[in-house]
Design a protein around this ligand. Sequence first.
Ligand SMILES: [Zn+2]
Ligand SMILES: [Zn+2]
Ligand SMILES: [Zn+2]
Ligand SMILES: [Zn+2]
Length: 633
Amino acid sequence: MCLEDIIRAQTHGYPERLQPKMNLRKAECLVTLGKLQEASQTVSDLESDFAAKQTLAASSFQILQKNLHRLKKKVQEKESLPETFPPTLAKAFEDMDLKEENEQISSVSPSVSLCTDPLKGRCLIATKDILPGELLVKEDAFVSVLNPGEMPHHSLENKWDTKIAIGDLYCHRCLKHTLATVPCDGCSYAKYCSQECMQQAWEFYHSVECPLGALLLTLGVFCHVALRLTLLTRFEDVGKVTSKLRDEISNNISFPKSKNLVKMLNYDQEENDEVVKTPIPGCDISGKYENNYNAVFNLLPHTENHSPEHKFLCALSVSALCKELEAASSRALATGPNSSKLKATVTPELCADLNIWGVAMLRHMLQLQCNAQAITTLQHTGSKESIIANSRQVRLATGIFPVVSLLNHSCSPNTSMSFTSTVATIRAAQRIRKGQEILHCYGPHQNRMGVAERQQKLRSQYFFDCSCPACHTEELRTAAGPRWEAFCCNSCRTIMQGDDVLSCGNRSCTESVSRDHLVSRLQDLQQQVGMAQKLLRSGKLGDWQKSAAHLQKSLRVVEARHGPSSVEMGHELFKLAQVLFNGFAVPEALNTIQKAEKILLVHCGPWSDEIQELQKMRSFLLDLPPIPAGPLG
Ligand SMILES: [Zn+2]
Ligand SMILES: [Zn+2]
Ligand SMILES: [Zn+2]
Ligand SMILES: [Zn+2]
C-alpha cells in the first residue's frame, strides 16, 4: 500500500526537493517487504542522484546520507539472514492468540471462569489479577451476515467513493477487505474475496440463500442471520436439536398456531429444573461451554419481554421465509434433480424439517435483539494523498458470538473489543482484580450518552435497568444539578449559576462572567478543532506546525469528553504523532508516539495497523542523527 502511494505521488508531481526523502522511504518499504533486489537498486539510484545534485541543504543531506547507509546495512543483513523474526516481533505474535485455552470455556483466557449469579445469570469472573491489554477472549463468529447497503464513504469530495457500498468492499463470507471481488454466478449481490470463499459459502448456505436474495433484504438482517444459523447447523448438531424439538412438537397437538409456538420455546428452562447434569445453560454434559450450536440455542430469547407486535412480526417473517423455501424446493424437484444447482441442499428432506426449522428460526429471531453483536471495522476516510489517515467505525456485519454473549454490560466497561474479519478480540482495558466481573459495553457507553438515554436504551432493547457504577454516580450527579450545559468557575472550578450573567456557586468566590462571553469562547474552540481537521485533510507539509497546534487543542476536548485513556484519545494522539513525525519534530513526536502507543496497545492490541505505524515511526526517528527539532529543509 505504501509503495502504491509513493508511485502515485511521484507521478503526480511531488516536489523535487523532497524526491530523495521519498525514494528513501520507497527503499525502506522494499526492504520491509523483502524485495531486496529492487531495494538495493533504489539505494544505488539514490547514491548516484546525490552525487549528481548538490542542491540539498547540508543538514538534510546528512540525514539522508545516514539513512541511506543504514538501509544499505539492513539490506545486507536481510540477505544473509532470510526469514527469521526478531525476538520482539515473535513475542508480540504470541499475544495475538491465547497463550493457553481455558479448560471450561473455549476461546477464553485461563484467567477467567464462568459463573452463574441469581440476579445477572451467567457471567465471567477474573480468577486472578489481570493486567491492562491482556487478551481475554478471542472468538470466531458462529454465524455472521454482512450488513447490506450502508455506504462507507459520505464525503462528496470523491464521486467514485459514494457509489461503493460495504457489500462491494468486503467478502460476504469472511468479511476480508477486498477490492477485486468474485461475484456469485446466481446473483450479483453476493461477492467473495476468493473462489474458495465462494465455494464454501455456496456449500454451507448460499445455495439456499441465493434465490431468496430480495426477500432476505426485505425481511432484514436478523431474519437473514436466523436462516443462516439454521443452515449452518444442518451440518453440525442438527440431529440433537431437532430431536429435542420433535419431542416437544409431538406433545403439542395444536402445533401450527404461533401462540403455542412461542410458549413452546421456553421448554429448555423447564427442562433445566429436572436435569441436574448441566447446571449452567449452554454447557455440555462435562460442563464445558463452547462456540457451538448448543451454546447458541441456549442464549436467552427473552420471550416474555418482547412486545406482542414484535413477536408477531418475527413469526410472520419466519413463515414468509419457510413458504419461500418450500416453493424453491418444489421448483427444484420439478426441474429434475440434476438440472438444478439447488439439489445440494434443498431436498424433500428439507421440507419435512421445515416445521422444526421454523421453530428454531423463530427462537433465533427473538434471541437476536439481545444477543446480536455488531462486527465493526475502522474505515479509512479522507483522500490517499492526505498525510493523516482519518478513520471512523462502521458496522460491517451482524454476528452471533456465544462466548462474547456471556459478558454482561457496563456503561464504563473494563474491557475493549475489536474485530479482525469475523474474529472478535476482547482485551482488558484496565487492571482487573481477582474476583471482579469481566464486563463489556453493549453500545450505550458513558462517553457517548447521558445516563437517562443509556438507561432507556438498555431497558427497551435488553430489558434490564443498568446499575453499573457509572450510572449510579451519574444519577446522583444529575439529581444534584445539570452537567452537560454547565460552566466551571475559572478560579475555583465550582459550577457557575445564573442566566445572562453567571456567578460562581461558591459564596467565598467573587468570579462572574456573561454567558455570551463563555458561549463565544466555546465557539472559538470548536472552530479551532474544525480548522485542525481541515488542515489535516488538506495535508500540506508546510502547515504541520499549525496542524499540531490545533490538534493539541482538539486533544484537550477529546480528553474531557472521552477520558484520558479512551480509544478516541488514542486515535487523536496517533494523528498528532503523524503530524509531528512529518514535521520532524523529533522529541515531541517520540513523546506523542509513546502516549498513543500506550493507549492503543490496550484497546487494539500489538498487531493493529496504528501500533505498527507508530513503531515504524519511532524506529525511524530513533535512527536519525541528533539535530535540533524543526522541519526539514
Ligand atoms: Zn472471503
Ligand atoms: Zn448468489
Ligand atoms: Zn450503566
Ligand atoms: Zn469561583
